[in-house]
Design a protein around this ligand. Structure first.
Ligand code: BG6
Length: 300
């Protein structure tokens, strides 16, 4: 009988007791990861981390109860990898094709302090006006969740200009009791106000209506203070100059078929990357990386 497992299913890469291939929702291939201090789930579809949870803590990531899990469709929640463009692009899917492509799992390596590192790769042919490129995504599941995205221009003679973003959906206990710090004084494009350029004035950003802001030229760490879960999430970044903050709020939540009407109350997206004027340009054959470390501490 023919195996129903996809070709990308490579059991040789399993790490007994720690990393197991499974059929996830929608029969999509998923990796279940158990490290000494946390658990995670990662789909090959989009190299999408849908779940990360430190032992004895609530989940870090929000995942919609009504997300689609299907070829060609993005997953709503977790960490979509946005590449090579952010936002709409004429005649092309929103937020690039990386989040709906099947990535290969290349290796699994035990890392320090009982963490487990998994490296995924996407090789893109010349497409949508982009020269060929490769993306390597290293996901380290441990006491923290570390994410590193490296893009290599595969062209022999053309520049590659691209945007990249780890569109992270955080789970919060109550959006009304949540504040986001680290962006005061930073200038941003307000997408809900006609892309007007503004400067952040709040010590702690509170979400009480639709928020969709692209903060530019900002490399510092961001914190999410969640008074309901009594948890502080720290987003440390390297080589990431942009941060996007998004919550669809009531009307947009109702319009989205893959997002529950009330789910806006328990999530906020704080996305790290290089978008808009912070986009990256690479000469032929060159690479660039950015990384994000997500950690949590009790809120004092
Ligand atoms: C955010 C954008 O990053 O993603 C928003 O700033 C967008 O404008 C949101 O609505 C969700 O996008 P999508 O394609 O996943 O529905």
């Amino acid at each position: 009988m023919a195996s129903s497992k996809p070709a990308i299913w490579n059991e040789k890469l399993e790490l007994p007791g720690h990393v197991r291939f499974m059929e996830g929702v929608g029969d999509l291939s998923m990796l279940n990861v158990i490290s000494e201090r946390s658990t995670a789930e990662i789909y090959l579809h989009g190299a999408h981390v849908t779940h990360f949870q430190r032992n004895n803590e609530p989940p870090l990531l929000f995942l919609s109860q009504v997300s689609q899990f299907a070829d060609g469709k993005p997953i709503r929640g977790g960490i979509p990898v946005i590449l090579p463009w952010f936002g709409p692009r004429e005649g092309q899917p929103m937020h690039g094709f990386a989040r709906t492509s099947n990535w290969d799992l290349k290796e699994i390596v035990p890392a320090k302090n009982g963490a487990i590192a998994l490296r995924f790769r996407l090789e893109a042919d010349e497409t949508a006006g982009f020269p060929p490129f490769a993306a390597d995504y290293l996901v380290t599941v441990g006491d923290t969740l570390e994410l590193q995205l490296t893009v290599t221009n595969g062209s022999k003679d053309k520049e590659l200009s691209f945007e990249e973003c780890l569109h992270t959906y955080f789970h919060v206990g109550d959006i009304g009791a949540t504040g986001i710090t680290g962006l005061k004084g930073v200038s941003y494009l307000d997408k809900v106000d006609g892309f007007k350029q503004k400067t952040e004035t709040a010590d702690a950003i509170k979400v009480s209506s639709e928020v969709d802001r692209v903060y530019l030229d900002t490399t510092g760490a961001i914190e999410i203070h969640d008074a309901r879960l009594q948890r502080k999430i720290v987003i440390g970044k390297q080589n990431s100059a942009s941060t996007v903050v998004w919550n669809p709020w009531i009307a947009k939540a109702q319009q989205m078929s893959d997002f529950g009407d009330d789910e806006y109350l328990r999530m906020v997206c704080v996305e790290s990357g290089n978008v808009g004027k912070n986009k990256i340009t690479l000469a032929a054959g060159k690479s660039s990386s950015f990384s994000v470390t997500l950690s949590t501490t009790p809120l004092m």
